[in-house]
Design a protein around this ligand. Structure first.
Ligand SMILES: [Zn+2]
Ligand SMILES: [Zn+2]
Length: 335
């Protein structure tokens, strides 16, 4: 497929091309070792998540068959929650399911990025906050993996009827925002936080209150459901947030020159999204089917301009008309 170019910049002999559809063979995910699927699966299954009814933490087990978002520790809890859950449990049009969230959290480079973005957002590199739950909202969506489809739909060149069987979708992060715990904390979240915090301290053989435990509220686009997951912030992530606070070094692998860009959650989101987007072979298991109905979000009044802004493009370079294998500007320093 030819590259769908949105912007070109000439620098010396090189032309930098920003494209929505990178040329075939271009794959930044080859930068990092891919994680064997069985390792992602094993880690995902070892994750502790909270029961949507009793909020007790348990190992990934029982998921609502209809929406595939709500999780329960037992059939009893699922039954007890149903009178309330039925109002939010529409068969999710958005396709952003619990499995994608837990897979995201099972990929070490993403988990560390989430932790350090969390630490940065709450200023933990300057001052530790240990006595209360900190909560970050993370908006998630599933977008068409082939972005030319998105542009064809938003521009009206095509309609979802052109894709009766749906298309391949991919998980994308849309936004991080810190929430005021005084406002959003409820007994359920407090229980999740207290349990995760206690377990983390037992694991690290330390008195409670020594390490930071946060909560992430994953908001799934197209549903009113929220998945709250604990995040025990590793020391490494605090150190990382301290380093990125001074800006991050984006290195161009062709020109080898480095530029300093101020770090923001958006930098972190953009980088993660681009890695997912360029993972065409789905090593990361963050791709999923996107049914035809889900494509209506790209049509007419349903379009969320903010979400469109967040769609990552891919940068690559050419010299003498030939494409040079390059990579997404990487956050490669100083850590
Ligand atoms: Zn339960
Ligand atoms: Zn459900």
């Amino acid at each position: 497929m030819p590259a769908d170019i949105v912007e070109t910049t000439v620098m010396g002999d090189f032309t930098f091309v920003k494209a929505v559809t990178p040329p075939d063979g271009y794959n930044t995910s080859s930068d990092g070792p891919s994680i064997p699927a069985k390792d992602i699966k094993a880690y995902r299954e070892s994750l502790i998540i909270a029961c949507s009814f009793c909020h007790k933490s348990f190992r990934y087990k029982l998921v609502c068959a209809k929406c595939k978002v709500a999780a329960y520790c037992s059939k009893e809890c699922q039954k007890k929650q149903w009178p309330l859950h039925k109002f939010v449990c529409q068969e999710s049009k958005a396709a952003a399911k619990l499995k994608l969230v837990t897979t995201l959290m099972s990929i070490p480079r993403f988990e560390l990025t989430l932790m350090s973005t969390f630490a940065f957002t709450f200023g933990l590199h300057k001052k530790m906050i240990l006595d209360r739950p900190l909560i970050m909202q993370c908006d998630l969506a599933v977008d068409a993996a082939d972005m030319s489809i998105i542009f064809s739909l938003t521009s009206g060149k095509q309609t979802p009827d052109d894709y009766p069987d749906g298309v391949e979708g991919m998980l994308q992060l849309k936004w991080f925002s810190p929430l005021d715990p005084a406002v959003v904390i409820d007994p359920g979240r407090r229980k999740i936080w207290e349990e995760a915090r206690a377990k983390n301290h037992v694991k690290r053989r330390a008195p409670i209150g020594k390490y930071v435990t946060g909560l992430i509220d994953f908001h799934m686009e197209g549903t009113d459901q929220v998945i709250t997951m604990p995040l025990n912030i590793a020391d490494q992530a605090i150190a990382l947030s301290r380093m990125v606070a001074g800006g991050v070094c984006a290195q161009d692998p062709v020109l080898r020159h480095e530029i300093n860009v101020p770090f923001s959650p958006r930098v972190a989101i953009g980088t993660m999204d681009m890695i997912i987007r360029d993972d065409k072979k789905n090593h990361l298991r963050l791709r999923t089917h996107m049914p035809k109905e889900a494509l209506y979000k790209y049509v007419g009044n349903n379009i969320n301009e903010h979400d469109l802004d967040m769609l990552p493009t891919t940068t690559y370079a050419t010299k003498d008309g030939k494409r040079i294998k390059t990579a997404v500007p990487r956050l490669n320093g100083p850590y």
